[in-house]
Design a protein around this ligand. Structure first.
Ligand code: SF4
Length: 472
């Protein structure tokens, strides 16, 4: 029998400018109490950055092919195991980590180790990735990876594996956690019920990567996965779907079935949930603790400029109030700097947060990610502030620097108004109030708000540096 082929799947840390390891204050100037506070926050930040395992690699490592053995290296926690022999290394490439991924791939290939590259960046920019890979796997790799492993076992690897269609998620593909070191993570209970999004928000790449058609896994498969995961890890579940309520009939059936398992879960939803009363009640009964909702903008002009067409701005307050009244905490994500925004937008966002009592507000600056429609538009309009080919500049990160010129607000005034807004929203006092008044998951809400108080402080510092640099 030929020797077993060893495959390592690698996940790299992202290169966020706000890496959570920096202190908000200079260690020299602060009191011991503040020093202790900063140190504790940094620990929380590190843990929250490292919270969950890479689901895509969990899925791929669960595929079984005779003669092949797979494991995962999560480089957020460990060094690359150079001392072992690998027959193939697969690297998941996101735009934010592409530079490091290419450097690792080049090093491994120089040492004679074949490298396969896949992930979102490879899907969108396969051509620019090919000099760094022996094998390219653009697109969703659920079926393709099995082909790669089969060819590896046969000694017949091809340079490109590309599917013509999206995988049929209705086919059973049980996900296993055997390649994970569970204690590293906040939870390992990640569940994906489907992929795809019917909307076309121009700043988002989900519809480009996963298509416009909602594809769903069989409810029986999801149920048995949840039941199995619960036995292996009793911590909270995270449903990673972009909107868990996108297919209400499916979600209703699934979460009714899951209710007797008495899990606790987080997820992401659209504010339409506020009008889906039966589903909302079912979510609350099935253990939903908190949901992230993408509000993005309360300015009607911005919503239409960026094709954020679901839910009208006027319906948002009622929807959020209804969801919170059902006993579910809400993380509401905003983007400031969209094309309909003006210098008055921050005041409207502040009023909105006060009126809705959002448990965790997240106020981002627009991040034009390469490959998205908004990136192309800003490039054509000459509004990008860095070289469009510089993949390091256009990483997805926390929003600590401006990557483009806002349409209606001069850059200086924009930075000033954004900083003033986050200074008002994220304070210790507001963190405690939000934690105490949240419907569920009070400690998580408190920690998130404290974390953001720290993080937005770093963001203000970085924006200030950028402003000083541009003036120099
Ligand atoms: S932002 Fe949300 S709703 Fe809009 S395209 Fe992306 S996943 Fe879909």
């Amino acid at each position: 029998m030929p020797p077993t082929k060893k495959v390592l799947l690698v996940f790299l840390p992202s290169e966020s400018g706000v890496d959570g390891a920096r202190s908000l204050y200079s260690e020299k100037e602060i009191t011991p109490l503040l020093k202790w506070f900063n140190r504790s926050l940094r620990t929380i930040i590190k843990q929250s950055q490292f919270a969950i395992p890479p689901l895509s690699l969990m899925i791929l490592s669960s595929l079984e092919v005779p003669g092949v053995e797979q494991s995962i290296c999560d480089m957020r926690f460990e060094e690359f195991p150079y001392n072992e022999k690998w027959d193939l290394v697969g690297i998941s490439v996101q735009t934010g980590m592409a530079k490091n991924a290419f450097a690792l791939a080049d090093k491994l290939r120089c040492a004679g180790i074949p490298v396969a590259l896949g992930g979102a960046h490879v899907t969108l920019f396969a051509e620019s990735c090919s000099p760094h890979a022996d094998v390219l796997v653009p697109g969703e790799a659920d079926d393709l990876w099995k082909e790669v492993l089969t060819d590896l076992a046969a000694g017949m690897l091809k340079p490109l594996y590309r599917a013509e269609t999206f995988p049929d998620l209705g086919r059973s593909r049980p996900v296993s956690k055997t390649s994970l070191i569970k204690s590293r993570y906040f939870t390992t209970n990640l569940i994906q019920t489907g992929r795809g999004c019917q909307y076309s928000c121009d700043f988002c790449n989900v519809h480009l990567l996963n298509g416009h058609t909602l594809r769903r896994r069989a409810i029986a498969d999801v149920f048995s996965e949840v039941a199995r995961f619960q036995k292996e890890d009793s911590r909270i579940f995270f449903f990673v779907d972009d909107s868990i309520n996108a297919d209400p009939a499916y979600a209703l059936e699934l979460f009714r079935k899951l209710t007797p398992l008495k899990i606790r879960w987080f997820g992401q939803a659209t504010t339409t949930l506020g009008q889906q009363h039966e589903l909302l009640e079912t979510f609350a009964n099935s253990g939903c603790q908190a949901l992230l909702v993408g509000i993005e903008s309360i300015e009607a002009k911005s919503r239409s400029a960026h094709k954020k067409n679901q839910n009208r701005a006027g319906e948002l307050v009622r929807a959020i109030t209804t969801i919170r009244e059902a006993g579910i905490s809400l993380y509401g994500s905003f983007i400031y700097g969209l094309d309909g925004d003006t210098i008055d937008t921050p005041a409207a966002i502040l009023d909105f947060i006060t009126e809705t009592k959002l448990d965790v507000p997240g106020i981002n600056i627009l991040r034009p990610t390469p490959g998205t429609q908004v990136f192309e538009r800003l490039r054509e309009e000459g509004r990008l502030l860095f070289d469009p080919l510089d993949i390091t500049a256009y990483r997805y990160s926390f929003g600590q620097e401006m990557l483009y010129l806002p349409k209606n607000i001069p850059l200086d005034a924009f930075i000033e108004s954004y900083s003033a807004m986050t200074r008002k929203v994220f304070t210790m006092k507001n963190s405690v109030i939000r934690g105490l008044s949240s419907p569920r998951a009070k400690s998580a809400v408190l920690l998130f708000n404290l974390f953001y108080t720290h993080l937005y402080g770093l963001s203000r510092q970085d924006l200030q540096h950028q402003r000083e640099k541009s003036r120099a």
